[in-house]
Design a binder for this molecule. Structure first.
Ligand code: PEP
Ligand code: MN
Length: 260
């Protein structure tokens, strides 16, 4: 399922995997919103060591179960070099987060893991530094790389991060890699996510990655930016109707393999 020219890929799911029920409900929301890939963190790189760190392998197993149930392939973050092999066993795509964009040993290990890699832009990284980080993955023989603009740190405090919308066409021009946008971690607030998603599609993004949660008020991670049930219909409509205006079509979810 290629991500790139002519298509718009929606990736959605919870910030963190919490329980089998929560992950499945979020995956069903993702599917209803038009997603063809499920996101969800099992290893969470948290700013505070006292915050929920993720379920680890238990979370990966939940993701695999949800994939079997929904047919959605899974993208999940890897935080440590020593976990790359384990995460690659379960994941369809590895995610390297903003806090690890210049963890060169991790980039190299991910480059050897035999799975596509989504590389988020460091919150303090220039576009050039981001592209050089991608080179560390490519150098190990893995050219299946997706860049993800997730907002950068600026003086502005009204958003969690400042979505650098210009980074999308610039990175596409300089690298020829697909570039997706994370309106959830950039906006940081539910009411900004859909407007930023619309802007990203208009500017020519190859995809969007969006947090959704069945009960954000009890979420263990990033509840305030998660879309809820009522937002899903609008996200689905955006994903269906905007891409054709910019010469793209929404990538459909894979058919669910018949069971039994
Ligand atoms: C995430 O996608 O769950 C995440 C931690 O994002 P970022 O690395 O962009 O903060
Ligand atoms: Mn998050």
């Amino acid at each position: 399922m290629p991500i790139g020219p002519g298509t718009l890929t929606v990736i959605a799911g919870p910030c963190a995997v919490e329980t089998p029920q929560q992950a499945l409900a979020a995956a069903q929301m993702a599917k209803a919103a038009g997603a063809s890939l499920l996101r969800g963190g099992a290893f969470k790189p948290r700013t505070s060591p006292y915050a929920f760190q993720g379920l680890g392998e238990k979370g990966l197993k939940i993701l695999a179960d949800v994939r079997a149930e929904t047919g959605l392939p899974v993208v999940t973050e890897v935080v440590n070099v020593s976990d790359v092999e384990l995460v690659a066993c379960y994941a369809d795509m590895l995610q390297i987060g903003t806090r690890n964009m210049q963890n060169f040993a991790l980039l190299q290990a991910a480059g050897q893991a035999g799975k596509p890699v989504m590389l988020k832009r460091g919150m303090n990284a220039t576009i050039e530094e981001w592209l050089m980080a991608a080179e560390y993955i490519a150098q190990r023989g893995n050219l299946d790389i997706v860049l993800c603009e997730r907002g950068i740190r600026t003086f502005e405090a009204a958003t969690r991060n400042t979505l650098d919308i210009s980074a999308v066409p610039i990175a596409q021009l300089l690298s020829h890699l697909p570039v997706i946008v994370d309106p959830s971690h950039s906006g940081g607030r539910r009411e900004l996510v859909l407007p930023l998603a619309r802007a990203a599609i208009a500017v020519g993004t190859d995809g969007i990655i969006v947090d959704v949660h069945p009960h954000p008020e009890t979420a263990l991670c990033d509840g305030p930016q998660a879309l809820v049930g009522g937002d899903i219909r609008e996200l689905a409509s955006i994903a269906q109707h905007l891409p054709p205006i910019v010469g793209r079509t929404l990538t459909p979810a894979p058919e669910l393999a018949p069971t039994g």
